[in-house]
Write a protein that binds this ligand. Structure first.
Ligand code: ADP
Length: 431
């Protein structure tokens, strides 16, 4: 009778223990899940590392926890964070992969539980001596990303009388897995941020170089142009043409500098529009006349089609001319001998449309938007057959948008291109 009654009572206490164990395991899993969510939200590396080590110490009931990350350049492990007061002193101390417990864990990919490190000959005691911290017991687990070792998470000096348990190994391993992913993400975010920062610096540098170069070049160039023009008047027909070459080169240079200055003003928002009403047809005619001799010299037929009645635009006349000049200059430049450039003006309700179409080399489809960015050219710089610095279209885009208009390019490669500008007819508000 006694025997029968004692057997079920032992079973039920075992069951109770098993239940308790399962409940504990469930609690730990829930905590890990909670931690995983928390770590995913931490994007800055330093706070993330500190949170991981404080969780490591808390979950394993240890005096301290630390993270060592593999330095890919040197192949060494380096302390990156520790939960106790020694954290700052540990920062960046290297630990050799050969001849340390952390190194052995990194290489084997397996956790290590050491009841007394002083008896373990792999223990790298130099760090403890350096910072005055005594390590007694140690639990070290590897941190991996897709099976690649990236570091080691350590819990040091288990509190109380017992050593590290199987549950401690389980929970620290789970934390290390979450931590490795979170650290990798934070590193990527930091790298991306640094790259953006660098890009921003380069962009500022580019703007400064343009600003300084353009303003510093302008004054001496004005002198060259002024004195060359004066000299040209005095020279005879024999030596005059030689100076014409100088004059044309200097004028081309001034055009480039003016484009650079315009671009800079557009980028800094310093462009001021002086809007007046004028007949767009007249400006288009004048621009076409300006390019007629160059077109003829290149064997390009330049044609123009405008409405019979005036197209009155309220806009900055000089800036509209600059837009036309840039588009015409490109159309003539990129069209081979015997090709055609056609400028068409149309008016639709409250908008004027200017289309500059050519039968030139065309533009690949994937470059149609990119060419409106500064310094973007379809041809590689080293293999260029056509002149130009790649700023004209970005100035065109900036000026058109400043007027509240749009510009885009259409093209069939090898057959020709068509640039379309749409401008509102009415008064533009200051932007
Ligand atoms: P640039 O003409 O000084 O190089 P742009 O900003 O005016 O600079 O033009 C950028 C690039 O767009 C040109 O280098 C050229 O590759 C392409 N492009 C512009 N207009 C045409 C066109 N009409 N036909 C073919 N390609 C063109």
């Amino acid at each position: 009778m006694d025997n029968r009654s004692s057997a079920p009572s032992r079973d039920s206490s075992e069951l109770q223990q098993e239940n308790e164990r399962l409940r504990d395991a469930l609690r730990r899993m829930e905590r890990i899940l909670e931690i995983s969510r928390e770590l995913t939200g931490l994007m800055a590396l330093e706070p993330l590392l500190h949170r991981i080590v404080s969780l490591g110490a808390e979950l394993t009931d240890s005096e301290s926890a630390s993270i060592l990350l593999l330095d890919k350049r040197t192949g060494e492990l380096r302390f990156r964070a520790a939960s106790s007061d020694v954290g700052n002193q540990l920062s960046d101390i290297p630990v050799p992969v050969e001849g340390s417990i952390a190194g052995a864990v990194l290489r084997s990919g397996e956790p290590a539980v050491i009841a007394d490190v002083r008896r373990d000959r792999r223990h790298y005691s130099a760090v403890g001596t350096q910072i005055g911290f005594e390590t007694r017991s140690l639990l070290a687990v590897p941190m991996k990303i897709l099976q690649h070792p990236v570091g080691v998470l350590e819990a040091v000096n288990k509190r109380g009388s017992g050593g590290f348990t199987a549950e401690d190994v389980e929970v620290l391993t789970a934390l290390a897995a979450q931590a490795a992913v979170a650290i990798e993400n934070a590193r990527l975010v930091e790298e991306l941020r640094a790259a953006y920062e660098q890009l921003g610096q380069l962009d500022r540098l580019k703007s400064d170089v343009i600003a300084i170069a353009s303003h510093e070049l302008r004054t001496p160039l004005s002198l060259i142009l002024g004195y060359s023009a004066l000299l040209r008047e005095r020279l005879d027909d024999q030596t005059g043409p030689q100076l014409d070459v100088v004059l044309r080169a200097a004028m081309r240079l001034r055009q480039i500098i003016d484009t650079m200055i315009n671009l800079r003003y557009l980028e800094t928002g310093e462009v001021e529009l002086a809007c007046t009403p004028f007949d767009l047809r007249e400006e288009v005619k004048a621009a076409c006349e300006g390019y007629r001799s160059l077109a003829e010299a290149n064997g390009v037929h330049l044609q123009m089609q405008v409405p019979a009645s005036p197209v009155i635009l309220c806009a900055d006349r000089d800036k509209v001319r600059l837009v036309l000049d840039n588009l015409l200059s490109n159309a003539v430049k990129f069209t081979p001998w015997d090709g055609r450039v056609q400028v068409t003006v149309t008016q639709r309700r409250n908008q004027a449309q200017i289309a500059v179409a050519d039968t030139g080399i065309g533009i690949p489809q994937e470059q149609l938007e990119r060419i409106f960015q500064p310094f973007e050219q379809v041809e590689e710089h080293m293999k260029r057959r056509y002149g130009g610095v790649g700023l004209g279209l970005s100035v065109v885009k900036g000026l058109v948008e400043q007027h509240g208009g749009r510009v885009w390019a259409e093209s069939v490669q090898g057959r020709g291109s068509r640039f379309v500008v749409v401008l509102p007819l009415g008064e533009v508000e200051a932007r």
